[in-house]
Write a protein that binds this ligand. Sequence first.
Ligand code: FAD
Length: 451
Amino acid sequence: KKIIVVGSSHGGYEAVQQILLDAPETDIQWYEKGGFLSFLSCGMQLYLEGAVKDVNSVRYATVEGESAKGVHVFVRQEITSIDAQRHTVHVVDHENGEEREESYDKLILSPGAVPAEIPVEGRELENIYAMRGRDWAIKLKAATVNPDIKDVVVIGAGYIGIEAAEVFAKAGKKVTIVDIADRILPLYLDAEFTDVLTATLEDHDVSVAAGESVQRFEGKDGKVSAVVTDKGTYAADLVVESAGIRANTAWLSDVVKLGDHGLIEIDDFQATSAPDIYAVGDATLIGFAPTGGYAHIALATNARRQGRIAARNALGEHIAFPGVSGSSALSIYDYKFASTGIKESNAASYGVETKSVLVKDTYRPPFVPDDEGNAEVLFKLTFAADDGRVLGAQIMSTQDTTANINAISLAIQQHVTVDQLEYADFFFQPGFDRPWNIINVAAQQASRELA
Ligand code: FAD
C-alpha cells in the first residue's frame, strides 16, 4: 500500500507516525513544500524570548530520523495538483524545477493555513511581518534585537497576537495591540477575564487599542512608519499581523468539497468528498463537541488527533473522530489561563441558550499565605439552560490551574451535566487545591441555579 502525506507540521507528522506504528511496511511518501521539515510554530514564543536557543530545534522530526524509519521524505517538493480519479498527485521539486506524477492508494492532506493579510493600502511596505513558520521566526527574532525598531504594532489580539506583544514588550519595544473586537482574546475568554488581562498588559506598558479597525499602513523610505485605524494613528517601525489565518486550500478547490472560508469539509472519519483522500488540521472544518456541529478551530491539538485517526482510517479501520471543544491555554505575564467550549459571550453565535456561574476562590485553603503560593482563582462554568449539560469553562490565576480545563473538555465530550459534576471525585491536598475543587464548587452553584 502506498500512502502520500502532504504537509509536515502537526497533522502530517501524526499521520506518518501512526502509519509507522500500525503498518510499518506501508510505502509512505511525506511531502513538505518548505525547506524545513516539521517546524512547530507553537514553540516560537519560547524561541523569540530566548528560552529555546536554536530555531532549528523547534521541531519533532528530521529528514534523517524519518528516513531511518523508512519514510520517503521530500522537502522543498510541493504537491500542486491532484487527480482524484486516477489517484495521482503532481509534484514540483523546487530544488531543481523538475516535475513528476506520483500515484497513491490513499492520500492524507494536512496543508494547514497561512496568516491572513489585511487588504489595506500600504501593505507592500517593509517591516510588515507575520508570526507563523520558521522563516518568520528568524525575521521576528532579528527584529527583537534591532535597535532601529522601537515601536511595534500587533494587529489581532488572539493567542498569536498576544504572544507577539509579550515577546516585543519583553524585548524593550513600545507595543500597541490593535483589534477590531472590543476586547482582547474575544474567542477564548469572557470580559471578567479579559478586563484583568488588559489591565495587566497596560501595567507592562503594552497599549490595547480594542474596537479599532485598521484603515491603512503609512510608510517612510519604503518602510512602515504607522498604522492608521478608524480611531487613531500608531507609530510602527514593525507591524506583526496576526489577524486570523487563511486555509491553504485554493489549489484543492476542484478536488475536494470546500466549505466556509475555503475549509475542507470532512466527515466523522476524516474523509473528504473525494475517494481515498483524507484531510486534517487547520485546513479543515472540525467536529465541535459542545454542539455536535462543525467549527473552525485552528489548534495543533486538533491536527494531531485528526492526523492519528485519518491514518488509521486510511489503513482500513473505521474510527470516528470524537470532536473537540477548542481547549487551549496561554499566559500573559503572571496570569495563566485556559478555556474550552462555549463562552457566555459567543453562545448566541452557536444558537444555544446557556447559563453561567462565576466562582472566585483561592487556589489553596485560605490559611495558606499568599507568599506560600496561594492566589485568587477565577473560574466560569457555562452550561445548557435547559438540561444543565456542560458546554464550556474558563479559568485564570497567577498559579497554574489550567489543567482543570481538561476535565471540563472531557465533560463536554461525554455530555456530562452540572449535576454529575457537583460531587465528582476530585482530589484535595492543601499544596494543590481546596477540599472542594473549584469545578465542584461551580457545579454546585450551577445545579442550584437550574433547580
Ligand atoms: P500547518 O502548521 O499550517 O502546516 C502545513 C504544512 O504543510 C506547512 O509546512 C506547509 O508548508 C505544508 N504544505 C502546504 N501545502 C503543501 C503542498 N501542496 N505540498 C507540500 N507541502 C505543503 N496550537 C496549539 O494547540 N497550541 C499552541 O500553543 C499553539 N501555539 C501557536 C503559536 C503560533 C505562533 C502559531 C502560528 C500557531 C500556534 N498553534 C498552537 C496552532 C498550530 O500551530 C496549528 O494549529 C498547527 O500548526 C496546524 O497544523 P497543520 O498540520 O494543520 O498545518
